[in-house]
Design a protein around this ligand. Structure first.
Ligand SMILES: *Cc1c(COP(=O)(O)O)cnc(C)c1O
Length: 396
């Protein structure tokens, strides 16, 4: 082996990360069907996935990807505008437009790439972006890259956003950027109020439906559908990597917006297009989301059951909200790691989320469930959690 010497500052930073109890180690994970996984040789219930509708392992979705592979090959060979847009890409764009009831849709290599590219194309130094403090990293990075003035607000204190909007004058655009569902909290954006404010102050709303597509709305189009504001949101971004069970970002919208995105968004223009097999899989997954609404209904039933049960436990804090992302706030990062290890020992994989992903003092277990999880899985999880709480919290 001939490895280069690692600069001293890297060693120093690693030491600091470890000393703060924030070192992130990696492990190999093996997914199984129906919300389960193998980790270190043991089968666990997987409460750490975003595969809300259990589509990533669906036989029909897998068959669609497999059928496209021999004909189209594995890689895509070029970016979409050069020669990477196959009939499978066109078909997925059409299906997305049909699903979202818009004129057209455009694909991106990932949701992250979509956000980074779209915001930095949309805004510049003359503009002001109003950014929720809990927005996903990809939105924040897009805001930073745009060079626009940033005003950070909290969606539970919209008077402050209103004051900031009032204070902002000049010719620049005003853009309100928000997640639909905040990924570490599970809380929902107050979209009606945000759209009202945007109209009052001549701002545009840019919405990231990553955790909402397939989960919210009567037809699964997301939180904008649920709250009846689809026509008031200027840019609606989604990902195919969560409830759709595949990979890739997208925007669905009017022709002129989609044409503009094709011409301006660098993460789309300068990155290789999604694999055609993934596009074939996503087409099938969207078809299933449309034809099997019971998946969504079941997911919400199970989420409501688990959240209510957790909220009855006095030693933990579970913020009010709804939907499949349920945080259990424990505050202390070491306690969070310890309880995640206990739960793993009991057969459950849950996310242990620490700073800098969440603010200091709000370390948490993040439980996310899918429609494949049974009521019995949830009940056994509650028992395991109670045992771990008794050992680590209530005995202190
Ligand atoms: C997961 C997520 C993304 C990133 O999407 P990928 O397709 O995984 O890159 C973007 N925004 C939000 C709010 C997310 O939760």
């Amino acid at each position: 082996m001939s490895s280069p010497e690692v600069p001293e500052w890297i060693d120093n930073e690693l030491r600091e990360i470890r000393a703060a109890g924030l070192f992130r180690s990696r492990r190999t994970f093996h997914p199984l069907a129906d919300g389960r996984c193998l980790l270190e040789g043991r089968e666990l219930i997987n409460f750490s996935s975003n595969d809300y509708l259990n589509l990533s392992h669906d036989e029909r979705v897998i068959a669609a990807a497999a059928a496209a592979l021999p004909e189209m090959g594995v890689g895509t060979r070029a970016s979409a505008l050069v020669s990477g847009r196959t009939e499978w890409h066109a078909q997925l764009e059409n299906r997305l437009a049909q699903f979202e009831r818009t004129d057209e849709a455009i694909l991106f290599p990932s949701g992250y790439a979509a956000n980074l590219g779209i915001i930095s194309a949309f805004a510049n130094q003359e503009d002001t972006i109003f950014c929720d403090r809990l927005n996903h990293a990809s939105l924040i990075d897009g805001c930073r890259l745009s060079g626009a003035r940033l005003r950070v607000y909290r969606h539970d204190q919209l008077e402050k956003l209103k004051r900031e909007l009032e204070k902002t004058s000049g010719d620049g655009k005003k853009i309100i950027v928000t997640d639909s569902v905040f990924s570490m909290d599970g809380s929902l954006a107050p979209l009606v109020s945000l759209c009202d404010l945007a109209e009052e102050f001549n701002a545009t709303v840019m919405l990231d439906e990553a955790h909402a597509t397939g989960v919210w709305g009567g037809s699964g189009r997301g939180l904008a559908e649920e709250l009846g504001v689809e026509e008031r949101v200027t840019v609606r971004i989604g990902t195919l990597s969560k409830a759709v069970g595949t990979m890739g970002g997208f925007v669905a919208g009017p022709c002129a917006l989609i044409d503009w995105l094709w011409n301006r968004v660098r993460t789309q223009i300068y990155s290789t297009a999604l694999p055609p097999s993934i596009c074939a899989a996503a087409c099938k997954a969207l078809e299933i989301i449309q034809s099997e609404p019971d998946r969504r209904r079941l997911l919400h039933e199970q989420s409501t059951f688990l959240r209510r049960e957790l909220q009855q436990r006095p030693s933990i804090s579970v913020p009010p909200s709804s939907g499949p992302i349920i945080p259990i706030i424990l505050k202390d990062p070491e306690l969070t790691m310890k309880m995640a290890a206990d739960l793993q020992e009991s057969g459950f994989l849950v996310g242990a989320i620490r700073p800098p992903t969440v603010p200091q003092g709000t370390s948490r277990l993040r439980v996310s469930i899918t429609c494949a999880h049974q009521r019995d899985d949830l009940k056994r999880f509650l028992k395991a959690l109670d045992r771990s709480l008794a050992r680590n919290v209530e005995s202190r």
